[in-house]
Design a protein. Structure first.
Length: 282
């Protein structure tokens, strides 16, 4: 099935450890486990030619490791603050950014950034004026950095804020008529900002909405050809949108679109997940 034949990427899944590998067409080639212990799903991105993975350690610390020339480096703990659930990684304004909910599901979104992927500046205060109940999702769009999250008390509401290079955060804003479970995954494509998420009530359906200005949002729509439990992972790869998800049966599914409207989905053979995947081209 030639649905994802152009994709060569990495995916990692949480368990006691992290497995990573290459997806080609509908096949999974495992490249082994990363020698770390994770407490939730990892986040992947590429920065300065290296592949970075951020994750929550078993002691609830926020850690990052990177991959180059065939091996993973020693993990680095980011700051002393603990975290909950899964982090989000994004490149913005020449820096690598990590966003995460604070310890014990405190409802605050904290963040840190690095110019080299090694030395991190940890913000002394969380993003002001918002409350979350799940992990955040971050993306750059038209020169601004956007952070999306589910509302407090597992409300199912979609909220977001943004900042510019001056680091001034806008007030938190709700996207009306969207109901989600777990965490959203944003990605910029074809002049629009897309959001992918599991539908409300843990219904294992993959839904999305999009906006050309991050103010007015289209009515959300279901991608009927696939399913998603937990949180999806969306990426722009080779000019197309790719969304990786756990199909609810611990199997990895990858869904692709070249226009953001029509979709094709394929199950990736031999890839077994415990929670959410993370996908990226590298």
């Amino acid at each position: 099935m030639p649905v994802v034949r152009t994709l060569t990427g990495w995916a990692a899944a949480s368990g006691p450890g992290c497995e990573f590998g290459v997806i080609t067409a509908d096949k999974w080639e495992s490249l082994g486990e990363i020698a770390v212990e994770v407490a939730s799903s990892p986040a992947l991105t590429v920065f300065t030619g290296r592949l970075y993975m951020a994750y929550q350690g078993r002691d609830s610390s926020l850690n990052v490791t990177s991959y180059a020339t065939g091996s993973w480096g020693e993990p680095t703990q980011i700051g002393a603050r603990m975290m909950s659930a899964s982090p989000s990684l994004v490149v913005y304004d020449g820096r690598l950014w990590a966003f995460y909910q604070g310890p014990d599901e405190d409802g605050h979104i904290h963040y840190a950034s690095s110019a080299n992927g090694t030395d991190w500046d940890v913000a002394s205060e969380p993003i002001p004026g918002l409350r979350t109940s799940e992990s955040p999702g971050a993306a750059e769009f038209k020169g601004r950095l956007y952070v999306f999250h589910q509302g407090s008390k597992h409300s199912g509401q979609m909220w977001y804020t943004s900042c510019d290079a001056g680091r001034a955060w806008n007030p938190d804003r709700r996207i009306e008529n969207v109901v989600l479970s777990d965490s959203p995954s944003p990605v910029a494509f074809a002049g629009r900002l897309f959001l992918y998420y599991q539908g409300g009530g843990n219904n294992e359906q993959l839904w999305y909405t999009s906006s050309a200005d991050a103010l007015s949002w289209r009515d959300d729509a279901r991608i009927a050809s696939t399913s998603a439990s937990y949180s999806p992972s969306a990426r722009l790869i080779n000019g197309a949108l790719f969304v990786a998800s756990n199909d609810g049966h611990k199997r990895l599914r990858v869904t692709r679109s070249r226009d953001g409207l029509s979709w094709e989905s394929v199950e990736i053979a031999d890839a077994v997940l415990s929670r959410s995947p993370s996908i990226v081209a590298y």
